[in-house]
Design a protein around this ligand. Structure first.
Ligand code: ZN
Length: 348
């Protein structure tokens, strides 16, 4: 596959269909999964449990009673139907962060983009340690970095489809040595390609801060770094403001999830959508313009409308009217959905 040069990419964005003028991206969801396998590897064979349905919907969507079957969405046809709903509601670009360990399907996403007209920007790199390929334990920082550079400049996972940003790079609490090596490699790949970097932090309130210190020590650029899953990670204003002061872009990406029962971390009070907007309001009022993006991070089939969930159109259909009722200006909404994503997705 031909290798794009830094000069060919600078000032442009890269979707699954190729390089584009960033002006075409429009209204953008910065963190979704369209085709994925989030089953922990030991659960990928054997009994897959119940299919998501009406009778088990509450347990499936809250993860209080999930099944492996609910964590696996391999169908491009299902994704096409779901993305078409988002496009009809006003979504123009979806950032798809299914990466190494959770079964990325670049050619499937190309079909989804062709069928729906939605721009799809893919991530690259590797997710949290439990999902990583066994051979990754023996790989060096330079090896991971070279792989990510090639995924941006040449192609992803043996295809000609290229990545448009790096991540979601998986970090946990406690943060493992393998995950640190992958993030260190991602920083090298970011410097070589000019791509933005998006990070899945561990579930502890100051873990994102730990990640930002790691990045600062290695000369990373916080303004081209996105900290995902703020909604399930940071509960108090001091921690939120301290993180915002690093200059990182904060991502509230669990819109639609409204359960206070969060089995992955019982210590957090997961906000509902109004609570998310209150937190975003505080950050904007403190002057952090251009540091907020949003999404749904759909990764259970029961989150999708076909299985009774809110789906990828929820932000455009339901949250934007709520933002207007809560006093967000059109300029603020445009900054969150259009301008900040466009800046991030434009190669430096
Ligand atoms: Zn994700």
């Amino acid at each position: 596959m031909p290798r794009l040069t830094r000069d060919e990419m600078r000032g442009r964005a890269q979707t699954v269909r190729g390089l584009v003028d960033p002006a075409v991206l429009g209204s953008t969801l910065m963190h979704e999964h369209l085709i994925w396998d989030l089953r922990p590897p030991p659960l990928r064979s054997g009994d897959q449990g119940e299919e998501p349905g009406l009778a088990n919907h509450w347990g499936m969507t809250t993860s209080m009673a999930g099944s492996p079957a609910n964590l696996h969405q391999p169908s491009a046809e299902v994704a096409i139907e779901a993305v078409a709903e988002a496009v009809a509601a006003g979504c123009e670009t979806i950032v798809e962060l299914t990466i190494g360990g959770i079964s990325p399907d670049p050619e499937g996403l190309l079909r989804v983009s062709d069928a729906t007209g939605c721009h799809i920007v893919m991530g690259c790199g590797h997710y949290v340690e439990e999902y990583q390929f066994p051979e990754n334990h023996h790989r060096s920082v330079d090896d991971f970095a070279a792989e990510m550079v090639a995924q941006v400049q040449e192609g992803l996972w043996g295809t000609a489809v290229r990545a448009g940003l790096i991540g979601e790079i998986g970090c946990q609490n406690p943060w493992t040595p393998l995950e640190r090596r992958v993030l260190e490699a991602a920083l090298i790949a970011q410097q070589e390609t000019g791509a933005a970097l998006t990070i899945h932090p561990g579930r502890r309130q100051d873990q994102p801060q730990e990640v930002m210190e790691f990045i600062a020590a290695r000369g990373g650029d916080p303004s081209r770094t996105i900290m995902d899953h703020i909604d399930r990670t940071i509960m108090d204003d001091d921690a939120l403001f301290r993180l915002a002061d690093t200059g990182v872009v904060l991502e509230w990406d669990l819109f639609g999830q409204e359960s206070c029962l969060y089995p992955h971390n019982w210590d957090v009070d997961m906000p509902n959508d109004a609570g998310r907007l209150r937190a975003i309001r505080k950050v904007l009022d403190r002057g952090h313009r251009g540091q907020v993006v949003i999404a749904h991070d759909i990764c259970h089939r029961s989150h999708m409308t076909r299985w009774g969930g809110w789906g990828y159109a929820h932000i455009h259909r339901n949250v934007l009217p709520l933002m207007r009722r809560r006093g967000f200006s059109e300029a603020e909404i445009r900054e969150i959905l259009v301008e900040t994503p466009r800046r991030l997705l434009t190669f430096a």
